[in-house]
Design a protein around this ligand. Sequence first.
Ligand code: E4P
Length: 223
Amino acid sequence: MQLFLDTANPEEIRAVWPTGILDGVTTNPTLVAKEGRDFEELLREICALGVPSVSAEVVATDVDGMLREGRHLASLHPSIYVKCPMTTAGLAATKRLSAEGIRVNLTLVFSANQALLAAKVGAAYVSPFVGRLDDHGQDGMALVREIVGIYRNYRFPTQVLAASIRHPVHVVEAAKAGADIATMPYAVLEKLVHHPLTDLGLERFLKDWEKARKPMRVAAPGR
Ligand code: E4P
């Protein structure tokens, strides 16, 4: 399973990139707005780090506008995936952009039917929003399982990107469901690394090692 960071903050990406666990980055207008920086400059900085997949979202809501923005975003760097919203216009734009070889991440997906349509128009990724469905009292991960099953039935090449991931259990469940990708905030990725027994175990190993290296010097009897 590929692990993506859900962020527009280059520092967070820089912190994780050297570990080798990161496969991509997803941004959205909210995350970009939070950075308070020029969108294109930000995208170029993230892509320059070597991240092979960087999702950047259009903000137009009509087909022509999405095509214009999508082509422009894709022209900025070969790693860019264009995010289009799951609307009628978003589907039409995805169809056209995909035919031009531009990889599209169809976002804001909340039903299996929407995911079916995303695959039909050739989206590279489909993004079901797990956490936001959970917030509405629905089982977000059940949707991921449903989509994975449907795509397997028809061998759709669209990759399932579990989005709106809120905690480490979501990541495990997405992996068990067979999601191709999970995108998560930096805080969640951090939590994947840590376990209190790992920290405790390491502390003990290091203490024992120190003790062995400094044996007590006790004078021999009779001297
Ligand atoms: C990623 O592509 C989505 O934009 C993101 O995961 C949404 O997450 P949120 O529901 O925590 O805002």
